[in-house]
Design a protein around this ligand. Sequence first.
Ligand code: NAI
Ligand code: A1CAB
Length: 270
Amino acid sequence: MTQKVAVLGTGKIGEALLSGMIRGGWAPADLLVTARRQERAEELRTRYGVTPVSNQEAAKTADTLILTVKPQDMGVLLDELAPHVPADRLVISGAAGIPIAFFEDRLAAGTPVVRVMTNTPALVDEAMSVISAGSHATADHLAHAEEIFGAVGKTLRVPESQQDACTALSGSGPAYFFYLVEAMTDAGILLGLPRDKAHDLIVQSAIGAATMLRDSGEHPVRLRENVTSPAGTTINAIRELENHGVRAALIAALEAARDRSRELASGTKD
Ligand SMILES: NC(=O)C1=CN([C@@H]2O[C@H](COP(=O)(O)OP(=O)(O)OC[C@H]3O[C@@H](n4cnc5c(N)ncnc54)[C@H](O)[C@@H]3O)[C@@H](O)[C@H]2O)C=CC1
Ligand SMILES: O=C(O)[C@@H]1CCC=N1
């Protein structure tokens, strides 16, 4: 039997996942989407050949529901869905912060729930998605969630207690790298390079460094040491990074992101 998957609240993350599933071989005819605005629904139909439906219709007809609205909108969406979701359907939450218990408390008793934190590199099939099972989710449910999110990158199972930390590291992670590229491009301008050249130099250096981190099997400290010549240029830059507390700033930044994820737990805070 064909498994229908519905993406509810198809914004940036929902669309990234949807497009990746189609690239990964899912038939658009088996994919349903919901959106708040009619124009958005039609845009998704035109772009991907998927079928826009109402939230209620998705709840009634899809085998798997993937909820990709903002954490603050999840309560309202669940109120709308809960009376219509049969208890044998898999519900996947893609929202930051909101615990699995929030869904289990509102859905029919026994509904399997899986919590996933992915990231925007899903757009280029390089996502990192961390996956946790709810109390009624079986090995098959987890495998199905992995199949879906595996279409857009890597997946890793973690206990739910680690989800807020993972949200801070990999969910938000791409933003930190974009921020660094932005800052280093500014540095290039200060050093007299045109913005486009500075951008290209930094982006290619980032791609090279990321590829080495992934493929060389070397520890990041070793990779950095290999760049850092005695009495050379790099050590002068590293000294400034240490003087300005960049390592401590990153640790504090990720702790703040983790704390915000915890705060969102009720799904009702602004
Ligand atoms: N943007 C990111 O990098 C990441 C976001 N997330 C999570 O993904 C979720 C979505 O984030 P984004 O895609 O960035 O937000 P977004 O704002 O682009 O998408 C959310 C969409 O949900 C729609 N929506 C809200 N209520 C609705 C309802 N009742 N029915 C139908 N549609 C509804 C909105 O109109 C919007 O298009 C959030 O829960 C966030 O925590 C997770 C990982 C990374
Ligand atoms: O900033 C946020 O809340 C979302 C969750 C992880 C990445 N973006």
